[in-house]
Design a protein around this ligand. Structure first.
Ligand code: ADP
Ligand code: ADP
Length: 229
């Protein structure tokens, strides 16, 4: 089943100005349920823009995007996505547990129910012992695990991640790569993952979309037989 359908999408920044940038040019891409797709390419090739257009954080200039057979805007309003960025973006004045339950709180879920769900998500990222801590008491890798737990709290059908491991040291990055595979396997979430690391893309993905360094174009698509099931 197709979950994300990107059809002939263009994105031009500053279209009328003299610094106009064609960040996406005629992008065609479909992503099936349960896939782990990496968008791979050098800095500036349009990976983030493509992800942001899928998430309806940036409007496309032309073309059509359907998510779960509705518009990207509707999908965003229905909370079909969880998102993780390079920076964890936790609320410093909230405990770990209250950060993770925030999406459910915003959605109006009752306290006991959202607390149980958040605790389950903290188990998933092995941070149960830290639910009363505050973000500043955690390492960068732990904060990023909290951020992943928070993105999964409302059981989104799609997880969109923009270089989520980019700010981590190598050991933390490798640890979290295996964790992500485990989480993907256990939650069956469809994942779109932006990275400029070839090894990361090949290690994690069931499919790698390689973007051309000349911005805005897909240079090729590689199906990966996961070497580490
Ligand atoms: P990547 O994620 O692959 O590093 P981006 O999607 O961030 O690439 O950027 C693609 C191109 O679009 C780059 O040339 C970048 O400078 C440009 N761009 C991205 N965001 C903006 C913006 N808000 N305004 C103007 N240009 C932008
Ligand atoms: P309580 O647990 O006492 O009901 P809340 O959890 O509602 O308090 O809010 C605690 C803090 O988090 C407040 O400073 C509030 O402004 C902030 N906050 C709550 N929801 C959001 C949100 N969606 N985005 C940003 N800040 C929020």
């Amino acid at each position: 089943r197709v979950v994300i359908d990107v059809d002939n999408v263009d994105k031009v920044f500053d279209a009328s100005g003299k610094n106009s940038v064609a960040a996406l040019q005629g992008i065609d891409l479909t992503i099936d349920e349960g896939e782990f797709v990496s968008l791979l390419g050098p800095s500036g090739c349009g990976k983030s823009t493509l992800l942001r257009v899928m998430a309806d954080l940036t409007a496309s200039t032309s073309g059509r995007i359907e998510v779960n057979e509705k518009s990207a805007t509707q999908a965003r309003q229905d909370r079909d996505y969880g998102m993780v960025f390079q920076q964890p973006g936790l609320f410093e004045w909230r405990s770990v547990l209250r950060n993770v339950e925030l999406p459910l709180q915003v959605a109006g879920v009752a306290k006991e129910q959202r607390r149980q769900r958040a605790q389950k998500m903290l188990e998933l990222v092995h941070l149960s012992d830290f639910e009363r801590h505050f973000p500043w008491q955690l390492s960068g890798g732990m904060q990023q695990r909290v951020s992943i737990a928070r993105a999964l709290t409302s059981a989104p059908k799609i997880l969109l991640m923009d270089e989520p491991l980019g700010a981590l040291d190598e050991m933390n990055r490798e640890y979290l790569q295996s964790e992500l595979l485990r989480i993907w396997d256990s939650t069956k979430t469809t994942v779109v993952f932006v990275t400029h690391s070839i090894s990361e893309a090949v290690f994690l993905s069931s499919r790698v979309v390689i973007m051309s360094p000349r911005p805005g174009r897909v240079a090729g698509v590689v199906e990966v037989d996961l070497p580490y099931p």
